[in-house]
Design a protein around this ligand. Structure first.
Ligand SMILES: [Zn+2]
Ligand SMILES: [Zn+2]
Length: 326
């Protein structure tokens, strides 16, 4: 069963991809993202060595030619096929590396891949939103430890970016300004929540951090999306991502799990998003202390109301203290 079902009580779509239940789950001794070595079982990557590779997810939630929905739709319950794309981006042929281990050239190459795939997937009229992301660590449900991320091309703008865009639109109507440009300027002026600045980018713990060590990264200059970034801006993004992920690993001296995701302007051509999308990265680590996790429970899961245990100013100071010297 592969279909999207509409929830009329929240105005949101839910995607069912029940074939994903059988996807590769922590294989004991075979990694499908490692290079294919001569005489050994082929992996998903037909090369003896590689830098960065990207390919379609074998167990996609969204695909270019999805089957027709199995269940009948009704006026109350619309149903849709799972049009879209799910791609895998393998960061390295080194099975034991993590994003923070990659050298600056490699991180820059990955930034180019994210930008190129955003352009390519975004040109498909059936795709409205492209979101590169990485789930790092078993704590956030990663099924393969080999360093990799994913890129989803969604048939609509997903709820969280949509809510952000709606808020940006309301702010723009009220003030005539991009809310993200204002937030970046405010954080730079204040400084208490800033984790790193350089190359035209700022990394900071949000004033409203929902996860204690949440970090956002955005360009100081307004840019809609990854493909809009020039060479120098891509270098700056790569350097900032390297600094933040290395800082995370030094915070408590272990490789910190996180969810990292890009928000950018939708690619559905709707002029209402012009000047509202301001590309940024959101990193959400699940830890609230070295030995404690933040679980999404009653208030967060049922109420959507986050209660956070650490003051963002304190989290930012701890992260600044852990930051590697460049
Ligand atoms: Zn591997
Ligand atoms: Zn802006």
């Amino acid at each position: 069963m592969t279909e999207r079902r509409y929830d009329p009580t929240t105005d949101e779509w839910v995607t069912f991809a029940t074939h994903r239940q059988n996807r590769t789950y922590k294989p004991a001794d075979f990694c499908p993202l490692c290079p294919t070595l001569p005489g050994e079982e082929p992996t998903e990557v037909p090369y003896r060595s590689f830098e960065v590779v990207t390919f379609d997810n074998l167990f996609p939630s969204f695909s270019p030619d999805p089957p027709a929905p199995e269940i009948e739709a009704s006026e109350l319950y619309p149903v849709a096929p799972t049009n879209g794309r799910c791609e895998v981006v393998v960061y390295s042929d080194d099975h034991s590396a993590t994003f923070s281990d990659l050298d600056s050239d490699r991180v820059r190459m990955i930034v180019d891949v994210w930008a190129d795939r955003t352009s390519i997937l975004g040109s498909d009229p059936k795709i409205s939103y492209v979101m590169p992301f990485e789930n790092k660590g078993e704590t956030v449900g990663t099924t393969l430890s080999h360093p990799h991320g994913q890129i989803y091309g969604y048939p609509d703008v997903p709820p969280r970016p949509l809510r952000e865009l709606d808020a940006a639109q309301a702010h723009h109507r009220r003030t005539g300004r991009c809310v993200h440009c204002e937030v970046v300027a405010a954080e730079l002026a204040d400084g208490r929540r800033v984790v790193a600045v350089g190359g035209g980018w700022v990394a900071w713990v949000p004033f409203w951090a929902r996860f204690p060590y949440e970090v956002h990264i955005a360009p100081e200059t307004h840019r809609d999306s990854l493909p809009d970034l020039d060479d120098a801006e891509r270098d700056g993004l790569a350097a900032t991502l390297a600094t933040v992920t290395r800082t995370y690993d030094r915070l408590w001296d272990f490789s910190l799990p996180y969810v990292m995701a890009f928000h950018q302007k939708p690619c559905d051509g709707d002029p209402r998003w012009d000047a509202l999308g301001h590309v940024h990265v959101e990193l959400s680590p699940p830890h609230r202390a070295a030995d404690r996790l933040k679980y999404l429970a009653g208030s967060e899961l049922a109420g959507g109301a986050f209660v956070t245990d650490v003051a963002p100013e304190l989290a930012a100071a701890q992260l600044r203290a852990a930051r590697p010297r460049r």
